[in-house]
Structure formats: structure tokens, C-alpha cells
Design a protein around this ligand. Sequence first.
Ligand code: NAD
Length: 357
Amino acid sequence: MRNSSENFTYSGLAARGIFGFGTIGQLEDEVAALGVTKVLVLSTPDQHDQAEALSVQLGALSGGLYSKAAMHTPVEVTQDALHVYSSAGADGVVAIGGGSTIGLGKAIALRTACPQLVVPTTYAGSEMTSILGQTEHGEKTTLKTLDVLPETVIYDVDFTLSLPPLMSVTSGINAIAHAVEAMYAENANSVLSLMAAEGIGALTKALPLIIANPHDRQARYDALYGAWLCAICLGSGGVALHHKLCHVLGGSFDLPHAQTHTIILPHALAYNAPAIGEALARINAAMATQDAAGALYDIAKNAGATMALKDLGMPEAGIEKAAQIALKNPYYNPRPLEETSIRTLIEAAWHGSRPTC
Ligand code: NAD
């Protein structure tokens, strides 16, 4: 379905994606195709064993492991990893994991111009973007440059089978948020909307099935496929109020990434609903519902996700602070930001109430 008679520009980012079950079997060929001779394999401490298995699989192409990737890409960790990278004589990286590990690979690529091969194991979507967030002395800065865009992404559904069900749902809703906002961002267009609708539909069908049975291979396949499409939306599309609020809340109160997205998305969507008629109709159709905001809330709540910011540890006094920061330097948003309504939105998310479109 096209947006009605628009002129538009679509700027896709060039990344190679390999998708399916067992696709990790193509790792050596794909690393060699990047023209590198030795890679450093990256992971978090939790995924050390998976990184080690990839290193063994790579044989002479592996220069070893670095398994200390951490949330929000601390610069000290990057510097430590760079030291290991040079000692190993590496000229490329393989990152296996979620946004934290992918962030470390991007940070190394930024400083060395090395090629990156990424094996995503969550649905967060960093692998398809040219965005890198880093923290130094407790302060987070974000940059956007094609220098950090991974060259090759191997989506292997098998690696997502171990993602705990609740984390699958919060990570999946984090992905859905990228597609929802791409539908009504400033540069929204028919090409992205197609991918966004397909991504939202695949994920919203798959997530309850994963909760019912985390080993449901078809649901895992659908969820990762949806996450890839949503990641493209983040990489090639724009964002609006939802992402602004999540950045403000994450940055000001150190709230966890995917859980914060899960709480905010239904409220941000309900806020924008009166201003996004055509996009809302597509989101509702993709989810087979009349009320996407309420339906997203229900998927998360039924999975046992935390639905109130207060339960993530945000103080009540933070509501006013967050509203003020969100209103300063706002991102583009289809509905103008009204101070009272924004405060009401954050208050509702703090209490964990169920919004409707
Ligand atoms: P994460 O990478 O921090 O992973 C959370 C935990 O889950 C880690 O311990 C990880 O090892 C573990 N894990 C990951 N996959 C697993 C699996 N399949 N089985 C078992 N455990 C697994 O979480 P995330 O939500 O993917 O990433 C969040 C970070 O990524 C944030 O810092 C966020 O800012 C960043 N991010 C960046 C972009 C971007 O475009 N730059 C996009 C999205 C997220």
C-alpha cells in the first residue's frame, strides 16, 4: 500500500544481510570476502562461549576474543579492546551479540576503519544503522557516520533461541518502535512503510508465540525477520517523540534500554494517534487490531514485562524533569509537543496505566 500521491526520497544503507537457520556456516567465506586476514571476535562476558565457538570455527582467520563488551559502549572498554585488537594483528572484527557488542565493533571500526561482520542475537537493530552511542565520564554522546555501518550481517535464527522469553518481548518491542516511528517520521515514505508494516506484523505475531514456547522455531524465525526489517527502518528512516523520550529517560535516570522502550511505545503512539491517520491505519492493519497502543501494551504485560517507569527505579520527581528535558531540543514529531500533555504521558508511563489510541 502506497502513501497517497507523495513525492519522496528513500536513502537505503548498503549492508549485506544473510538470513535463516544455520547461516553461521557461511562465516569463514563471508569474513574472507571482506578481504581481511585476521578478526577479533567480540562479545559480552555472558556470550563468551558463543564467541569462542566462532573463533574456533574461524581457525587461522581468528586473532582471538575480546569478551568484555558493555552497555552504552564505554570509551575505556573500547580502548582496552583496541589494545587487544592491535596485539592480535587484527584487521577486522566479528561481533556476536546485541546492541552492546555491536556498539563495541562500531567503536573499533570508527577508530581503525576496519570492516565489521555482525551476528545479532537480540532484536535491537544496531547492526543496520550508522549510529554509535558512546559513554565517557558518565556522559553519553551519539554520532552518525557511515564509517560505523557494519559491512556484513549474518542473521542466524539459531542464536536467538537462547534469548530469554521476556527479553525477547522487550527487545522485540524495541524493534517495533523503530518501525512505528519510521511510519510517521519527517522522512516517512512508501518504501520504508512497506518494510515497517511487514516488520511490525511479523514481530507482533511472533512474540506471544515465543512466550508460549521459547523454542518455537517458526516464531523465532519470524521475530528475527521482523527485527531485521525494523532495523532497516531505524537505519534509513527517522524517529520522533518515542525515541526522544527513551533517550531522555535512559540518559537521565539510567533506565534499561529495551524495557524503557517497551513502557513508552504504547503511550507515545497514543499521544501521536490523532495526528497520524494513515500511518495509524497501517500500524493497526499490520497488527490486526483497532487499537495498536492498547494491543502493544497487552503483548508486553501478558509476557510479564514491567509496565511502569517507577518499577524500573525512576523517582516520581523525575516526571517533571523528564518533561522539561523532552521539551527542550525536541525531535520532529507529527503532533506538536504540548507541555501538559507530555507531562501527563510521562506520568501515565510512570504509573504503568494502559493507553489506547
Ligand atoms: P545488550 O546487547 O546489552 O544485551 C543484553 C544482555 O543479553 C547481554 O548480557 C547479552 O550478552 C545478552 N544476550 C544477547 N543476546 C542473547 C541471546 N541470544 N541469548 C542469551 N543472552 C543474550 O542488549 P540490546 O538491547 O541488544 O542492546 C542495547 C544497547 O544497544 C544499548 O546500549 C543501546 O543504546 C544500543 N543500541 C544502539 C543502536 C544503534 O543504532 N546504535 C540501536 C539499538 C540499540
